[in-house]
Design a protein around this ligand. Structure first.
Ligand code: FPP
Length: 247
């Protein structure tokens, strides 16, 4: 059976319990490079290929949302060379992937403090978001300059301002209203979180949204994460019984 046939068959079998929203902490680029005595940025470059693979696979399987932790609020503390390299990579990725996003009906969305990104990156992001906004098959959410605590703090501030202005009363603040002030408003919470690189941490990613998400941690370093392993994790997800706190 060709890998295409196999994936068609798998799709037919898994449609019923496919996650609607997959979130990924893409860790291990630095270690991947270090092991080969290469610069960290080469690890990120190789990591960008794995990004292309997961985007294509999600699109092909019919997963509706994919959220990738591409740059955290803490990542600004890395060396200037590494931050510049990541920004360069991001610019290049957006430019080269735009045609495929358009062709494949993929919509780009960004979460995080995008105003902190270099101006030219902000521009190419805005262009790609605008060009893909009517697309409906897969929504790709890039977390950029993103931190979960920062996101919740901004939501709290926005709600406090509404209370102060007399628009709402403190008792009007419900979980739904908090969620509606987050960068992920309108997006269902992730069903599945994958973390590569082996660490058992959330690292300030989607702190509010991961409340009932199934976690899958693999020691595979992100640049080595391949389609076969991704499909295996999706298979594993099907077998998990989700109780959402109920018995
Ligand atoms: C963590 O690995 C990864 C990052 C900080 C950046 C993620 C970026 C990419 C996968 C490539 C570019 C992304 C896009 C969307 C084009 P690490 O450097 O912390 O690895 P380490 O833990 O081994 O040091």
């Amino acid at each position: 059976m060709s890998s295409n046939d196999a994936s068609q068959q798998r799709r037919a079998e898994t449609d019923a319990r496919l996650p609607v929203h997959v979130a990924i902490i893409m860790d291990g680029n630095g270690r991947w490079a270090q092991k080969r005595l290469l610069s960290r940025i080469l690890g990120h470059e190789k990591g960008a290929e794995a990004v292309r693979m997961v985007v294509r696979t999600c699109r092909e399987l019919g997963i509706a949302y994919l959220t990738l932790y591409a740059f955290s609020t803490e990542n600004w503390q890395r060396s200037k060379a590494e931050v510049d390299g990541l920004m360069r990579l991001l610019r290049r990725f957006l430019k080269t992937e735009m045609p495929e996003m358009l062709q494949n009906n993929i919509r780009l969305h960004v979460i995080g403090r995008t105003e902190k990104l270099p101006l030219d990156v902000q521009q190419v992001l805005s262009q790609t978001i605008a060009a893909t906004q009517a697309n409906t098959a897969l929504q790709l959410n890039l977390a950029l300059s993103y931190g979960g605590r920062d996101e919740i703090t901004r939501a709290a501030r926005a709600l406090a301002a509404e209370v102060q202005a007399g628009i709402i009363a403190p008792e009007d603040i419900s979980e739904e209203r908090v969620a509606s002030r987050l960068d992920t408003r309108g997006i269902p919470d992730p069903d599945l979180l994958i973390r590569t690189g082996g660490d058992m941490r959330i690292s300030n990613f989607l702190l509010w949204q991961l409340a009932y998400t199934e976690f899958f941690v693999t020691s595979t370093l992100w640049p080595d994460f391949d389609r076969e392993q991704f499909l295996k994790i999706l298979d594993d997800f099907r077998t998990r019984e989700r109780r959402f706190g109920r018995v």
